[in-house]
Design a protein around this ligand. Structure first.
Ligand SMILES: Nc1ncnc2c1ncn2[C@@H]1O[C@H](COP(=O)(O)OP(=O)(O)OP(=O)(O)O)[C@@H](O)[C@H]1O
Ligand SMILES: [Mg+2]
Length: 253
């Protein structure tokens, strides 16, 4: 297996904070892996993604991409907690943005987006503006845009947290399909334990700050997954175990 992202003994504290958020936190993600990070609000999930994405740089410790000290910017794509679509651009124009930034001609960029619209459940909506779309559709546009950056590593920060329960289930199954098709490395953040287990091949558990050693589980279920899994006894037991870890902390890695 090829290691895609390796965090080595990250230490980070926001200025003026009494405790650091991370103290010697290490974490390894393999190429093409779907990893979920789960933890309660305020435990540092977004902060960790911002460190990985290169938006926070004043941390100590190391980040290796592909085994090298590459800069995250340009190699890793971050999809923030809000979808951040440009309101004055249509679905097509929002999707084409990363290609335009790379210098592709508008017509070629639009063509590439058009070819993907059906798979992203957006066919017929290419001329709609973000405010005319549902939450799930906006997330799919944002995900399409992330795929078109061409970056192998996608960091997704609670992308489904504002969706209703049914849309969320559909989006989870859809994301697995997209992951299997495009094979990016996905690091997915959530505070929902069921979502973390349902999606991930492996899970890291945050508890309270400072996070040092994160508890880590391999998820035993094969893909593609569907939501009948939620009633599976092994699934339920893993969920209980992870909830206990989040409440009581504990680490074994
Ligand atoms: N720019 C900032 N300056 C100072 N403190 C911050 C800043 N951003 C976040 N924090 C603090 O760092 C801690 C972790 O925040 P972070 O946003 O990483 O949490 P989170 O796990 O993503 O939470 P949520 O699930 O609510 O999104 C919180 O206590 C927060 O108040
Ligand atoms: Mg957050």
């Amino acid at each position: 297996m090829i290691t895609e992202v390796k965090l080595k003994e990250i230490y980070y504290s926001y200025q003026g904070m009494e405790h650091p958020i991370f103290d010697k936190l290490s974490l390894t993600v393999q190429r093409g892996e779907f990893v979920t990070l789960v933890g309660p609000s305020g435990c540092g999930k977004t902060t960790l993604l911002e460190i990985m994405a290169g938006l926070i740089t004043d941390f100590s410790g190391g980040i290796l991409l592909d085994g090298l000290k590459k800069l995250p910017l340009g190699n890793i794509s971050l999809m923030p907690q809000e979808d951040l679509l440009l309101p004055w651009r249509t679905v097509l124009e929002n999707g084409a943005l990363p290609l335009e930034i790379k210098g592709e001609k508008k017509s070629a960029a639009n063509q590439q987006v058009r070819e993907l619209l059906r798979e992203f459940g957006l066919e017929g909506f290419e001329n709609y503006y973000p405010h005319q779309l549902s939450g799930g559709m906006r997330q799919r546009v944002a995900f399409l845009r992330s795929i078109l950056t061409g970056h192998r590593v996608l960091l997704l920060d609670e992308p489904f947290s504002s969706l209703d329960a049914l849309t969320r289930l559909k989006m989870q199954e859809w994301l697995i399909t997209m992951w299997q098709k495009f094979q990016p490395t996905i690091i997915f953040i959530t505070h929902d334990v069921e979502e973390a287990i349902f999606l991930g091949q492996s899970i890291y558990i945050f508890s309270m700050v400072p996070n040092s050693k994160l508890k880590h589980y391999q998820v035993p279920f094969v893909y593609p997954r569907n939501h009948s899994l939620l009633g599976n006894l092994d699934f339920v037991q893993l969920r209980q175990q992870i909830l206990a870890d989040m409440v009581w902390g504990g680490a074994d890695e």
